[in-house]
Design a protein around this ligand. Sequence first.
Ligand code: NDP
Ligand code: ZN
Length: 347
Amino acid sequence: MIGLDKVGFIEKAKPICGPNDAICRPLAISPCTSDIHTVWEHALGDRHNLILGHEACAEVVEVGSMVKDFKPGDKVIIPAITPDWQAVESQAGFSMHSNGMLNGWKFSNVKDGVFAEFFHVNEADGNLAHLPKEINVENAVMLSDMVPTGFHGANLAEVEYGDIVVVIGIGPVGLMAVAGAVLRGASRVFAVGSRQICQDVAKFYGATDIINYRDGDIVAQVKEAMGGKPVDKVIIAGGDNDTFAQAVNMIKPGGIISNVNYLGSGEFINIPRVGWGLGMGHIRIVGGLMPGGRKNMEFLARLMKYGRLDVSPMLTHKFNKFEDLESALLLMKNKPKDLIKPVVNLS
Ligand code: NDP
Ligand code: ZN
């Protein structure tokens, strides 16, 4: 990111490895919709000559003197969120906010990201995970951000056996929310999106009902399919700030609305007074940055290793040169009809 609305390639010095850290060389990388919010929606404010990217599978090239479990040559998965594990927020269970709101999100936010020949990972023992040999580098990249974010949406919504769940937005994040909700035991899953390819892949992950927001009010469409009854949980993984009002208006008293969408613009979120039970409906709304760190990566990787989760249907566009990264990023910006997620394989 050269500046607002402007991307390109620049030369920077190779990052320096601290005693607890690692320097990595990417084997596969993928742009995220969040990179688009950052550059073209100006969601984080101005950034100059910031290296973008936070989704990578990589090879370790250097480790600090205190690093115990990783060595040069190891293949690793790197979470998009790399917390400071000694922070009190981490000890309280909110490592993604270690040392400040959203501060576990370092790559392509407060420090250079992974779209580089070499990148730096803080606290390597806590923030890297070994890549199981059963997972190829392209699929592994989905473990950086798409899998943990979508699954975090399902976790935050506390999806239980039998729950009827609506997932608003079925880009790669929402698709992983569908997969996560199904793995947690959801019975009926409504997937809200307009593009055919996303709808098809949502069904692959277990969506039972497809709602196209371009066909009219999604609350009315869900209510009609539900015979007027409310749903148990809503996971928001796309759309604009109105999705919160829609979620409130389709959920039961005591239901949980979870949001993992990055709200890149607007000042306020409106919550409908009546739908929210005049403030007394016990409808919880919770939004969260994905959890980072090694343990989460290792556990999610097991789902892929043992065949419970196949991310390959999401990888619609594949590239194999570093220079292709710009095209891949622009695909994420323009979201052509046949795109779910691009990946650049450098291995
Ligand atoms: P996509 O842009 O690929 O997907 C967005 C989805 O929302 C699409 O299915 C789109 O439909 C749908 N949508 C668009 N407008 C509406 C609307 N008005 N009503 C309902 N649905 C709508 O995004 P990603 O899946 O890549 O990412 C989703 C969000 O998650 C982004 O904001 C991203 O920045 C954020 N994110 C958050 C993270 C976290 O830690 N919380 C981490 C990573 C990403 P269609 O295209 O079919 O028309
Ligand atoms: Zn992201």
